[in-house]
Design a protein around this ligand. Structure first.
Ligand SMILES: *Cc1c(COP(=O)(O)O)cnc(C)c1O
Length: 246
């Protein structure tokens, strides 16, 4: 458990160094500790080491774990202190439970999912902070709006229309974009993907000046320093904090 504390410190130092290299304020980068597959005790240890933002990729697992974490830390304290992030693919039928559990959904990857969240949030009268997940690397296996830099004019147009429609949904509060970089041996190879996401964000900011695209969720254990250099405001890190997954 002490190891988690040491790992967190090291990750923070690496984020800070990467931010400074890029002339950025390290305070502008939030660390989301991805606790998927790790038990509630490990989350509690991360909390005691000062970590407040946690990430999960499955609704069912998160639901059980959050209840357990509340048991360990006290429901009141856990609810006030912890912020839960949904970073994995969200099935439409899980939208209802997801908006009850999570403070930010990083993975809105279709207009239909957004519309489903809107309907569920209407019932509970919630406003749901979300990011739009974009597949900029063009890998067919990835979730997200497919928007490689060489997308056709038609694909670009369709994406812009979907974004416009999502921005119209009153229960969704779009805060930015998320992407997953391809797994590559050298993190430098992921840099163009992060840069493309930032450029797409800038383009959306110009096209929809009323909207907020300030958040860029990008970077994981193997590539987060490059992501921070390219503008990440949220890094999602599992193994560098918790070790290998169970
Ligand atoms: C598991 C996961 C992470 C964290 O991955 P690590 O390589 O362990 O840092 C980040 N984002 C998503 C979407 C994940 O599923």
């Amino acid at each position: 458990m002490n190891e988690i504390k040491a790992n967190l410190e090291q990750v923070h130092q690496r984020i800070e160094a990467a931010a400074r290299r890029a002339g950025r304020d390290p305070e502008d980068v939030r660390l989301v500790a991805v606790s998927k597959t790790q038990p509630a005790e490990v989350v509690a240890a991360a909390y005691r080491a000062g970590q407040r933002h946690l990430g999960e990729n499955r609704v069912g697992e998160a639901e059980a774990k959050i209840t357990e974490v509340e048991g360990l830390l006290g429901a009141e304290q856990a609810r006030q202190a912890l912020r839960w992030h949904m970073v994995g693919h969200l099935q439409r039928r899980k939208a209802g439970p997801a908006i009850k559990l999570f403070d930010l959904i990083h993975s809105v990857d279709s207009q239909r999912l957004a519309e489903r969240i809107q309907r569920m949030a209407d019932r509970t009268e919630q406003v749901v902070p979300v990011l739009l997940e974009v597949n900029v690397s063009g890998e067919a296996s990835k979730y997200g709006f497919s928007m490689p830099p060489n997308a056709s004019k038609e694909a670009r147009q369709a994406f812009m229309e979907a974004v416009a429609a999502i921005l119209e949904l009153p229960r969704l509060q779009v805060q930015g974009l998320m992407t997953m970089a391809p797994i590559v041996p050298d993190p430098e190879e992921a840099r163009p993907v992060f840069r493309d996401l930032r450029q797409l964000r800038d383009e959306l900011g110009q096209r929809f000046p009323e909207a907020d695209f300030s958040e860029l969720s990008m970077g994981m254990t193997d590539d987060f320093e490059v992501a921070v250099e390219e503008g990440a405001t949220l890094v999602r890190i599992g193994r560098a904090i918790f070790g290998a997954r169970r």
